[in-house]
Design a protein around this ligand. Sequence first.
Ligand code: NAD
Length: 259
Amino acid sequence: MSDQADKRYPREIEIPGELISQLRSASKVAALTGAGISAESGIPTFREAQTGLWARYRPEELATPGAFQMNPRLVWEWYTWRRELVANASPNPGHLALAAMEQRIAGFTLITQNVDGLHQRAGSGERAPVIELHGNIQRIKCFDRGHQVESWEAAEIPPCCPTCGSLLRPDVVWFGESLPPQALQAAWDAAGACEIFFSIGTSALVEPAASLPIVALQAGALVVEVNPHETPLTPSAHFNLQGPSGQLLPSLVRSVWPN
Ligand code: NAD
């Protein structure tokens, strides 16, 4: 792991020996990440208060089809701001640690609720694609028919689909929308088949992703939560690594594979 983690977090966290030995011998591991893993890259989670221009809105009021239909300009502009935030952010040591884990464990599956693409920018997805449950903020599609669009007329806000003329929107899953069925099935399969399941930086509240650790638990996997705060999953997890993932995941990787 890079020394960046050590400089930011001088105190090395003790990782339980039982977890280290289980991870060293595991051949199938799945990890589910949420907005918390990107918090240390400067991308606000949905539970944090928004700042600046957007301070008076709650994300739950902007990230819905109804909000877009009512005020498409407002929702498009919010996503333009978020897209720029993501484009200017960099993966943090937590993202890098998961990319390192993928290199060490042949049967490693990374499932994310994040739409920021930071896992891929950290190097994840080389062996098996990152499963994006909620889409990707950098992709754009049209509202009516879902046509994928590569470029658009920037002067129009929001711009229109060159194929059918309907309004363009980000290709993310909004509250109240269904998840891409193939991604959800792949995530479900990985949760049911793994020996160790990590739930990292997620409030474990947004369904159906919140059920994935439960699927893993019921299938007999060891469940590990990485989060500075308690969640509904905390009492059921076998290990609770309480703290920021940008500190804990590099410590974990260093402890399991010291060389
Ligand atoms: P959430 O906002 O509901 O919860 C974030 C969780 O991260 C909390 O439990 C918090 O305690 C934890 N956390 C905060 N800082 C952390 C850190 N440094 N290390 C580890 N954990 C930390 O996020 P969610 O559970 O992912 O669900 C909300 C929805 O919001 C998701 O569907 C996701 O698509 C979307 N979202 C995505 C992004 C992104 O792509 N970066 C950002 C905001 C929201």
